[in-house]
Design a protein around this ligand. Sequence first.
Ligand code: GCO
Length: 424
Amino acid sequence: MQKEKLQDYIFPKNFYWGAATASHQVEGNNHNDWTEWEKSEKRVKDLKSSGLVNKHGLDNFVSGRSADHYNKYKEDFKLAKELGHNATRFSIEWSRIEPEEGKFNQKAIDHYKDVIKTLKELDIEPFVTLWHWPIPIWLRDKGGLKSSEMPKYFVRYAKKVVEVLGDDVKFWIVLNEPEVNTGMGYMLGIWPPQKKNILQYFRVTYNLMKAHKLTYREIKKINPKAQIGIAKQNVSFSLKKNTPVNRIIRCLANFYWNHVWLCSLKKYQDFIGLNHYFHCVVDYGLYKNDFKIVNDLGWEIWPTSLYECLKDLEKYNKPVYITENGLADAKDEKRTWFIYEMLKGVHKAIEEGIDVKGYLHWSLMDNFEWAEGYWPRFGLIEIDYDTLERKPRKSAYFYRDICIHNGIVVSTVDKYKKEIEKFS
Ligand code: GCO
């Protein structure tokens, strides 16, 4: 260890330890706007002309069977239990619950009932996401998220889900990273519906905010004790040089990216769900990073970035659950060190007064990383997509020791010294 004194980092009692997934990324065989987009002529043509098909093969970009979690959830949650988890975040697939407008599918409802029952029997707390991006085909055909009716449709779906599943669910995450989805889908034109239209971007943002507020009220009517939030992907910003211009850029970027959603929905969140992946160095522009240590997707790993994001949430004075934090690391070279550094930061933030109550690693298992497809490997559990075999990576056992001890203890660090020291 680099001159660092070894010590135990024990977390508050009843801390939630676990991992997260999303329906489209792990379930397999969904039918929604994404599945149709993945196979659309335009998408295939773009992939071919960019050389990506040669590099990864066309199958990489089609979600298909995925990890088949829809059928293997019992096995997967049993594994999560063996890995020490006491919480799991997963999402409900809107297109399964309501495949036709206004008609709810009882089989899909029963499926998710059993998912929750399975978790409860294992003593794993479910954190349930209502929208993790894809939408049903009928809604896409009616204009998708930009339709003025969208908030109404969303609340109808959400209300149904909470009515039928709500008894055993305390934590609801209404929207996942709405700022990312709207930016990629309506401003940058990279994800479906591939628009570059600032007016539509604002319209969709408005609709999603409205949908969240209405849903918040509906859930509270059904269960006043429910804890409701969104999962917001926040970036930590640092300055290369501390100049007035750099400080202004940081202040604006930080407000725009990290706080617009959280401020707008302040009264409609019982907790803050924090997803965290990125660090941005400001130097008369954004992302002037050195990119010294990166994950497989080239995203820089900055050991204190999660701590910095947590501190930046102080003003909201609300409980915080880290609803995602992880890295693409197929060889599992950096994950152990990454988890160690990130959790030290979480511990420090707690000591300094931030009310962090849980950490859900992204992800429980390898999955379909949206437009990138299957090649990035985010899982604590490795998936063999041919045989569907599940195999926990070494870092999953490091994390298990942390979950079991409710913190990082010296004996664990000793055991995994080699992995941790590689990058310290
Ligand atoms: C997101 C989503 C996840 C991603 C993860 C890694 O935050 O983008 O919630 O679905 O897979 O973040 O990029």
